[in-house]
Ligand binder design. Structure first.
Ligand code: RIB
Ligand code: CA
Length: 371
């Protein structure tokens, strides 16, 4: 049976199914499996081509360094978005990071400066006023390319249909904007790996994780797109907290990436010690990138994920259904009666990370940043 194509169809079907007291046969929730996306490059295989959409951001910095130091990945572009700090900081930060890593060959540009329909809420309290922990780095000499983020992503994806994975480690405004303006491009994107969401509570509100909190409407476009998604949420990223020993390792190695990473994370750890939530040094974004390098890092499970956009206190919340029925909230008495839904099967839209191997992750992260 075809999955519902539109939100309205989905909601009317689900509500009808419930109202008609149709009992959906228990769908065996997909057994947790390791990352089973496209074959990740292993030794000798061609590198996985990726575009990183990012809001650097201290953990974004670690993620970008990891990606640029990993032969399993080929970074085709880096696009900046507003999030942790405004775009007028995230874009120059992305340029600085590529320059520090000696990768001035990669096209970098900026995208959305504000969310689709909401005011921008930043996380300066976590990432420092400049987005890199407050650490002063020289102005980048590298310049952004002339294209906007959506133009650059669209050009690269259309030139390489099915060949480029999008790694989204900031609010999804750029990706949502691209899909809204050019829905057809969805079929040319083999996978989007998202740092975002949570099935176990939020980090900026009790309900929502920051990236989806900033732009729930953009996130909903992405989760409704039909593109194969991997959601790396707080359920696993809050289990990989950088420690003092890691920062000492970074500080001891005399290479530009390790030194820069050490400075950024030392400043961030100091901030954490000054009482900000300890998960401020969670390696959210690096774990997301690492999952493409080593598929064994994460255990994934199929979910149907809905993004809350109407909640007064829950906007950005990811509601994960592990099996059918996918019930929306009870319809209001004045709502039209929903149409009956003959389809009782389960249509997951994301592989959600439900387990992580922290030691394996930190071995990978530290070996790449200090090599
Ligand atoms: O909630 C964590 C996410 O929000 C990470 O991507 C971090 O960089 C912030 O953007
Ligand atoms: Ca980020």
């Amino acid at each position: 049976m075809k999955p519902p194509h539109t939100r309205r169809e989905f909601l009317s079907r689900s509500a009808a199914a419930v109202l008609s007291s149709k009992l959906f046969p228990g769908i065996e929730s997909a057994s947790a499996k390791t990352h089973s996306g496209n074959a990740v490059a292993s030794s000798g295989a061609a590198p996985r081509r990726i575009i990183i959409d990012t809001d650097p951001g201290v953990d974004d910095a670690m993620a970008i360094f990891l990606a640029l130091r990993s032969p399993e990945l080929k970074v085709e572009a880096i696009t900046a978005v507003s999030g942790n700090v405004p775009l007028d900081l995230t874009l120059p930060n992305a340029l600085r990071l590529a320059e520090i890593a000696g990768r001035t060959d990669i096209p970098i540009t900026g995208g959305a400066s504000v969310p689709l329909v909401r005011r921008l809420i930043t996380a300066k309290y976590v990432h420092g006023s400049n987005g890199l922990g407050g650490v002063d780095f020289p102005e980048p000499s590298l310049k952004p390319v002339a294209e906007t983020a959506t133009q650059l992503i669209s050009r690269l994806v259309r030139a390489n249909p099915g060949g480029i994975t999008i790694v989204a480690i900031g609010p999804l405004t750029n990706i949502g904007t691209l899909l809204r303006s050019d829905p057809e491009i969805a079929r040319l994107i083999p996978q989007i790996v998202i740092m975002g969401g949570s099935l176990s509570g939020g980090n900026i509100t009790p309900a929502a994780e920051f990236n989806l909190y900033v732009d729930p409407e953009a996130a909903r476009i992405v989760f409704d797109s039909g593109i194969p998604l991997t959601m790396v949420g707080l359920d696993v990223t809050e289990k990989v907290l950088l420690r003092e020993e890691h920062i000492v390792m970074l500080e001891r190695v005399q290479n530009p990436v390790s030194q820069a990473a050490g400075k950024i994370m030392r400043a961030t750890l100091n901030r954490a010690h000054r009482g900000i939530d300890a998960t401020v040094i969670a390696m959210h974004d690096p774990l997301t990138v690492a999952s493409l390098i080593d598929p064994q890092l994460l255990k994934l499970q199929d979910y149907y994920v809905e993004v809350e956009t109407e909640g007064e206190f829950t906007a950005g919340m990811t509601v994960g259904y592990a099996h059918a029925p996918v019930r929306p909230s009870a319809p209001r008495a004045n709502a039209n009666p929903p149409q009956p839904d003959p389809d009782s099967s389960f249509h997951p839209n994301a592989k959600v990370a439900v387990g992580v191997d922290p030691d394996r992750f930190f071995n990978l992260l530290m070996s790449r940043l200090t090599s």
